[in-house]
Design a binder for this molecule. Structure first.
Ligand code: CO
Length: 508
């Protein structure tokens, strides 16, 4: 049947809508698995997820999709389709066809083999980590690296296989682009970390107290409302690892976790995930429920969570308004702690071998270690066997940390076991994107600190909405940043911010 380009576009919009519904239902089942699923329900749930995942994938690679794309004027060289379409329609086609080509270029046999191998690898990783024994995990990791290389080959890449993997998380960014930013950044971060640690370790002011998880949860609920999270459009629960997931245009779920000995973990996880949720909920109405209604890149998404968590949430202005409330939840534990002491605690630098325990200053160095190892794994400069030694050497060199065993070294993160190579850089890129945006925001809203101290966040959210949220995936990361700040990605705003902050807190 002949279709004109407009009818083809309508057919694709319908298919895309159904595909998003399926992925949101999948997300709901996964959310449930991480929060409320009874232990013995796991087996059936895995089958349900696998079946529904297969259905969603089948929907995306349906032969009809390729036909409609051609009729809408889309080719790999012209992913935005017929030039007579509107800018938004062309962006829709560009983003949708990108997903379609990535999916359809992988042969079904390969997809099945990869899913099975990566599943086994993840299980082997969990066991190896428990035993702190890399050799047990090594053959699995080798297989998973080969799969990732193959995947990059199927997709096609410019210079390096690693570029093809980075592109999933940061569209358009190459290994060379990341190195151009990370290489000078690591020198500046290392130098600043050395000046801070030369001041000697600071003990935690929280030690010796217990913080009831029920009270922590009540405070977190208050906190998300204080920030302006609309609880008619989302909710807060707990899980082993905090996350944000979108189940529909007006349903974004966040989770946090509470440690009995330290309330900061729960507080900052809640703020972090609220930052992700603001982004998801702020997308323009016409993008919601379509492929455009998603984050522009992993790094840009992470910039939003880190901005709220670190830049706003760890600042003095923020707690000027909120500390009395926190104290009212924990009068015995925090009664004698001053606001200044609390802020010092929230920004305490403590060298750790573990990434997720790292402070704001050293966190990006943990990422640079992983990036350096990943890119060498894919260029052939490093073998899987050499990984633990190379890891420990870099940790010593960049962070001055002695790694005692594989568990607190190369086995600490789940990402590689699942084949997620190229993901790590987004975390550090998020810090850089965030501070570059924040610097411009502060220039545009000079009274921002007063607003924060008053618990008034709508001006900040409105600025972020204009610059980031509303666009969804219509802009590429570099475009979004240049449009908002007038320049491409640089590390300068991030480093200026860290230098100013730690000079004050550590009296450098
Ligand atoms: Co995050």
């Amino acid at each position: 049947m002949y279709m004109n380009y407009k009818e083809a576009l309508e057919a694709l919009r319908r298919l895309d809508r159904e595909y998003r519904h399926l992925t949101h239902v999948l997300a709901l089942l996964q959310w449930d698995q991480e929060t409320y699923l009874p232990k013995d329900g796991v087996e059936d749930r895995s089958e349900q997820l696998a079946m529904l995942g297969g259905m969603a994938h089948g929907h995306l690679i349906d032969p009809g999709v390729g036909k409609y794309l051609r009729e809408a004027g889309v080719t790999e060289e012209n992913p935005a389709g017929d030039e007579r379409l509107s800018g938004e329609d062309r962006d829709f086609l560009r983003v949708f066809s990108r997903e379609y080509y990535k999916a359809v270029k992988l042969p079904p046999d390969f997809v099945r083999y990869a899913a099975k191998t990566e599943g086994l690898s993840q299980a082997a990783w969990a066991e190896a980590r428990q035993k702190s024994d890399f050799s047990f995990f090594m053959p699995h990791l080798s297989a998973v690296v080969e799969i990732a290389k193959k995947r990059a080959q199927y997709w096609g890449y410019g210079d390096r296989a690693y570029d093809g993997l980075l592109d999933i998380y940061e569209p358009g960014m190459t290994e060379g682009d990341v190195r151009a930013i990370f290489d000078p950044l690591k020198i500046r971060l290392k130098e600043l970390a050395e000046r801070v640690t030369a001041k000697g370790p600071r003990p935690s002011v929280f030690s010796g107290f217990a913080y009831d998880s029920g009270a922590q949860h009540q405070f977190s609920l208050k906190l998300m409302e204080y920030l302006g999270f609309d609880t008619k459009r989302g909710r807060l629960d707990t899980s082993a690892h905090p996350f944000t997931t979108t189940l529909g245009a007006c349903d974004v779920r966040i989770t946090t976790r509470y440690l009995a000995e330290n309330p900061l973990s729960g507080i900052f996880s809640t703020i972090h995930e609220t930052g992700h949720a603001f982004y998801e909920l702020g997308m323009s109405g016409s993008h919601r429920g379509t492929c455009l209604g998603d984050g522009c890149s992993m790094g840009i998404h992470e910039s939003q969570s880190r901005l709220w968590e670190n830049v706003i949430g760890r600042g003095t202005a923020f707690w000027t308004g909120l500390f009395p409330l926190l104290r009212s939840y924990f009068p015995d534990q925090l009664g004698s702690i001053s606001l200044d002491a609390f802020i010092r605690e929230a920004n305490r630098v403590a060298l750790s071998p573990i990434r997720i325990e790292a402070d704001e200053l050293t966190y990006s160095l943990h990422i640079i270690v992983r990036f350096d190892l990943e890119r060498r794994l894919f260029s052939g400069g490093l073998s899987v066997e050499q990984l633990p030694h190379a890891w420990n050497t870099l940790m010593k060199e960049l962070l001055n940390v002695e790694v005692k065993n594989d568990k607190e070294g190369v086995l600490q993160d789940v990402h590689w076991s699942m084949g997620s190579f190229g993901y790590f850089p987004s975390y550090a890129l998020g810090n850089l994107y965030g501070l570059q945006l924040w610097k411009k925001l502060c220039a545009d809203i000079p009274q921002v600190d007063d607003h924060i101290a008053q618990g008034k966040f709508d001006t900040i959210r409105e600025w972020l909405n204009q610059a980031v949220y509303r666009w969804g995936r219509r802009l590429r990361p570099e475009e979004l940043l240049t449009r908002a700040t007038g320049q491409g990605l640089k590390a300068d705003s991030f480093m200026e911010y860290l230098e100013k902050k730690y000079t004050k807190i550590y009296e450098l």
